[in-house]
Structures are given as C-alpha cells and as structure tokens.
Design a protein around this ligand. Structure first.
Ligand code: 9MR
Length: 625
C-alpha cells in the first residue's frame, strides 16, 4: 500500500507542486488516485527552471497530422477544467473546449491538464493554443510535416562518419578532413590491443563515430546499423511504407546514384566496420568480435576527428559484440542480396563464423572497463544477444539449428516488453520484432506476431495514462538516453499497427512524437532545427559551436539524449541536483549525460519519423479513432 502525505503538498497557480522542505509528497509504494508511483522530492524543480520554461501550454512544435490525434498538456493548479481556444495564424478562434484535469504528475512535479483538439482537421501553419492567458508555441496541421525530418534524421549519419573526408558540397558548413586515417598509432588502419593483449593489428578504418566522442563500439554500432537496415526492410512488409523515400539519391551522400538505396549505403558504412572488428583466422579467439576501439584517454572539447592525437586501441573480444556481428551480418546478407551478392555472402559467412565462436565462448563478458578514453558499454548477460542473432540467422537461412535455438530460448516466449524499452544492452526485442515481420516458415510465427501486438497494447496503455501522451512508465526516474527508449517503445507500437492495421497503435505513435517535439515540461523540441525552442548544444567534439563560434552546431535532425535522472556529468550535478524526471536535462555541450547525440538514438528517431511520414494525413474511419 502507498499513502499520500497530504500535508506536505500544495498547488501553486502554475501547477508546480509546492513541497514543504524535508517532506515527501507521496510516500513510496502504493499508487494514489492519480496513479503516481514514485516520490516527488523537495527541490524537484531545479532552481534554473523555477522562473519557467516557456508557455505553460505545451504542444508539438512541429505539428499534427491533419486527421491524427492532437493533444497538448497544460500545467496549472486549477482543480477544474479551464476553457481553451485554438487560434489560427490570423488570431481567429477556430476551435474551443475545456481542459481535462489529470492531477499531480510525478514526472514533472506539476499538476497538469490535457487538451484534446483532435476534431479540428484543417491544414495550416501558425496555429496557437490559448489557455488561461497562456499562448503556446506555434504549430502546423498538415500531411507533410515530417518529410524533411525523415531525411534529416538519416543524413545525420554521414557527418558521423570516420575515415572519410566530409564533403562540404554535400553538407554545406560541415566539410572536414578525414579522421583517424593515419598509418601511425593515432589512426585506425593498424590498431593493436590495449595492454598489448594480442599479437596482431586490425584495420578498423571507417564506421561511424559513436556520439560526441570518437570511439567505435560494436554493441552500439550493431543496434544502430540494424535499425537503419530494419527501416529499409520494413518497406518490404508494411502496407503504409513508402520505399522510394529512402531510395537511391535521397540522402545526399557520396554513394548517392549508385543504384543502391541510400539508407543501405549508409548502413553499409557501419557494417563494413563491424566486419573489420572480427578476430582473424588463426588467431586466438578467431571469429569473435572485439568489443570496441577508442582513444587510450579522453580528448578535450572541441577536438575534430583529424586533430585527435591519442593512441587508438582495441578492447578484448566479447560474446555480446560477436553476436551483434552475427545478427547484423545475417540481416545484411538478406537486405544486400539484390544489390551486391558478394557483400551479402561475405556478411553471411562472417555471421555464421561469429555465431559459432559465440557458442564456443558464451561467457566472454565485456567488463565495461573504459580505460578512461571511451564509453564502457559493459554487457554481462548475453542471452538476449544470442536470441537476436539466432533470429536473424534463421530469417536469412531458414536453418534448423537456429530454429531450434529460438524454440529453446526462454526469451522466445517471455514477456520482453519492459517499461523502459530496448536499447544497445537489451536486444531480444529486435529479434522478436523481426520474427514477427520478416516472412519465414517459423512454426509459431502467428504466436510471435500476437506477442508483439501484446507489447503494443502495453505501450498503448502507457500512452493513454500518461498526461504527456508518450510510452514511458518510469515515473520520475528517467534513464540515460530516455528519448531513444521512448522512441523504441514507439517502434513496438508502430509494428503493432503494421501487423494489425488498427489505427489506435498508429495514433499512439503520433502522440509519442508530440513529446519528443515539445509536449514536455521543458517546452522543448529535442530535435535540432525542428520546432521553435529546440536543442542545439548537444555534446560533441566537432559540432562544438557553443565552445568555438567557427565550428558548426549539430546538424538539423539531431536528437538529444533527453532527461536523465542520473545527473552523471558535473554540470548536471551542479545545476540539476535533486531534479525530477523531465527536468533532468540541460541544453549545454558539457551536459553529456542528458544532451549527447549518438548513432543509436538517431536510429529510432529516423525509423519512427519515417513511419509517421508514411501515414501522410493519418486518415482513418472516425469510428476507429
Ligand atoms: O548510451 C549509454 C548509456 O546507456 C550508458 O548508461 C552510459 C554510461 O555508461 O553510456 C552511454 O553511452 C555513451 C558511451 O558510453 C560513450 N559514447 C557516448 C554514449 C552516449 O552518451
């Protein structure tokens, strides 16, 4: 049981929960009437945000699909519903109604009301919502609001590339020399093992830089390349997918116009790197993949890739990395067959070799030791990676060995749809999603498809309960990369729609997008260049305009990690101490724990944005909405 400690709380006019010093607003354990499941602690709203974060009515600052759901969130101490008005660009009232009180919200330390203006379906720009004298940021209503972001979220990858000069003609303002191409120990052409732990050197040139650092990590590269290839593969099975939108020539990359879809060209840049991390034949642990490679010690900000003077080192092989290679190699074999048979075969051979090596070394854990020059990416449990790899190998080959493995894995039937969703360290979901969507003769394929719809139902319930309309159920504790976890839960919802055609899942995805683009307590679009008030100082060593005006900001279409209650960086420790949920975010280049950019976060942004753009105006029979 949980009990509300009523004496400790009071509502201010803005809806901020005023909490007596030392008191706990909600005692731990039971849910109160508003379903709160976590404590709201004193000091929950950091000092810097106390003066406000913009208009109290929060909207999707990019906009709403013509016939899709249209919701907003308003922070207020009012107990009863308040009148709202929707005004067009000329200030004319075009719709009105009453807000719906939702009570206190643990994720924002506010009391909130929601506004549903879904019935209004006239395309246009410059709409604003007005409630209680507060005017929202402007937004549009239309069918094509996501077409630019669909490309930009993917164009992000070209400027993350390692081992190649970035062509200023393709990305004006972002041209730069190639990074890590020297023959010496600061290049990636012949990299040895940390502490001289191996008797060979590998050419691991290429791939994408992970994030704001210049490390390259197989477990994070794996999920990222996978999600790009998966976005492509969805176009083969999903009724609404528009394959041409990710086709050849859509991304302005060096490979554009080579008769291969650009999204696959971009994924290949990473996949080639993943292949290069495999231990060569004849060496100890042959067939395993090195977990990661990065600088021996951290570089300062800013440091452009070609200016990095640190020694590059390989970290030992791990079972998790090896299975990432097996999974993406098998997937690449499938998707590249029509375009480059040789490359497809090379991938399948590497994938099978990796699978065999992982089976022979199932417990080669990645310690998470970062050696102080890169991220840890520790992974101690690999049952999920085994499941994912078996799924991909099965889907590509149909072989009994993998089918048997799947049927014997507890993860084949477990409820794997966790509250926080999947990420680089939790990948069973990737296998399950593909088994449900990629055609195969899997004996229990119908059951697997049903299990994905069950996952979608779970996230749908979260969207419906959450006053910000998104699928995340951690209450006031937000994880590192929370935005990507939310987007990954939206991938499950979208797949639920692809499988069933039921628009309730699609509409939940559309609502989740509202949160990412401004319907959150900070009134912030977490995507650079989209909306009115957006993140632009993400942590990066080369998009470091905040530190050096001569450098560019992150490119448009870059996702920020988002609120992170851990406050792991010094700036957050200082400015966000005690913060609650959605307030645990700073748009500052030094706030790496909440404001980094990464290849594994833009991947679900691209996937989900493509899904949303595919829905055009989101038309559907009224009785299904
Ligand atoms: O995304 C990673 C997150 O899940 C971890 O909690 C965090 C701490 O280990 O690291 C994150 O990954 C970072 C990586 O270690 C180094 N490159 C930047 C990544 C994003 O912040």
């Amino acid at each position: 049981m949980r009990t509300a400690v009523t004496a400790a709380t009071a509502l201010t006019a803005t809806g901020l929960l005023a909490i007596a010093p030392g008191a706990t607003a909600f005692a731990a354990e039971p849910a109160n009437s508003s379903g709160l499941s976590a404590n709201v602690q004193p000091g929950a709203v950091p000092e810097m945000y106390k003066s406000g974060t913009g208009p109290r009515v929060r909207v999707n600052q990019v906009g709403y699909l013509t016939n899709g759901p249209k919701n907003a969130t308003f922070t207020t101490g009012a107990e009863k519903g308040l009148p709202w008005q929707l005004k067009d660009a000329k200030g004319k009232v075009v719709a009105s109604g009453t807000t719906t009180p939702q009570g206190p919200d643990a994720a924002s330390a506010h009391s909130v009301h929601t506004i549903d203006f879904s019935k209004y379906a006239t395309p246009g720009k410059g709409y604003k919502l007005v409630v209680d004298g507060e005017t929202s940021h402007p937004f549009a209503i239309g069918d094509k609001l996501y077409d630019n972001l669909r490309q930009d979220a993917l164009r992000f990858y070209y400027t993350q590339r390692s081992g190649i000069a970035i062509d200023d003609k393709l990305r004006p303002g972002y041209g730069r020399p190639a990074g890590h191409v020297s023959q010496g120990e600061t290049g990636d052409l012949a990299v040895g093992c940390v502490n001289n732990g191996c008797d060979y050197k590998l050419n691991v040139k290429g791939g994408w830089y992970d994030a704001g650092d210049q490390g390259k990590y197989v477990v994070n590269g794996g999920i990222s390349a996978f999600q790009l290839m998966n976005q492509f593969e969805r176009s083969k099975t999903a009724k609404t997918a528009q394959a041409a939108k990710m086709g050849d020539g859509t991304l302005a990359i060096p490979e554009s116009k080579n008769k291969v879809p650009d999204i696959l060209d971009e994924a290949r840049w990473e996949q080639e790197f993943l292949l290069s991390m495999q231990v060569p034949d004849g060496k100890q642990n042959a067939g395993m993949a090195h977990h990661k490679m990065h600088d021996e010690s951290w570089t300062a900000l800013p440091t452009l890739p070609h200016q990095d003077t640190k020694k590059r080192v390989l970290y030992p092989p791990s079972t998790a990395a090896t299975l990432n290679l097996a999974a993406t190699g098998a997937q690449a074999a499938r998707v590249f067959t029509p375009y480059d048979k040789k490359f497809a075969e090379k991938n399948l051979a590497a994938a099978k070799k990796a699978w065999a090596a992982a089976k022979a070394n199932p417990n080669m854990a990645a310690s998470g030791d970062s050696g102080s020059g890169g991220g840890g990416y520790g992974d101690w449990s690999t049952q999920d990676e085994f499941y994912w790899a078996a799924a991909e190998l099965y889907l590509t080959t149909g072989d009994k060995e993998y089918a048997d493995y799947l049927q014997n894995s507890p993860l084949h039937k477990d409820a794997i749809w966790s509250d926080t969703g999947f990420d680089w360290g939790n990948v069973a979901q990737l296998g399950r999603l593909d088994l449900a969507t990629v055609p195969s003769k899997l004996a229990d394929r119908d059951r697997v498809r049903k299990s994905v719809v069950e996952g979608a139902d779970k996230y749908l319930a979260m969207v419906q309960k959450n006053p910000w309309g998104m699928p995340y159920a951690v209450s006031d504790r937000y994880n590192w990369g929370s935005n990507a976890q939310i987007l990954n839960n939206m991938v499950v919802l979208a797949t639920g729609f692809d499988i069933t055609g039921d628009v309730k899942y699609r509409d939940a995805v559309l609502q989740g997008m509202d949160y990412i683009l401004g319907r959150n307590v900070l009134n912030r679009s977490y995507v650079t260049g989209f909306g009115t008030s957006y993140s632009v100082n993400q942590h990066s060593r080369w998009y470091a305009k905040q530190l050096d005006k001569k450098l560019p900001p992150p490119p448009v279409g870059t996702l920020a990690g988002g609120p992170n209650s851990g406050n792991e960086d010094d700036l957050a420790k200082k400015q966000l101490a005690g913060c609650v949920g959605q307030y645990c975010y700073l748009d500052d280049i030094m706030a790496f724990a909440s404001n980094e950019l990464t290849i594994n976060w833009n991947a679900p942004l691209a996937w989900v944005t493509a899904f949303v753009a595919d829905q055009k105006g989101a038309s559907a029979p009224a009785d299904q909405r």
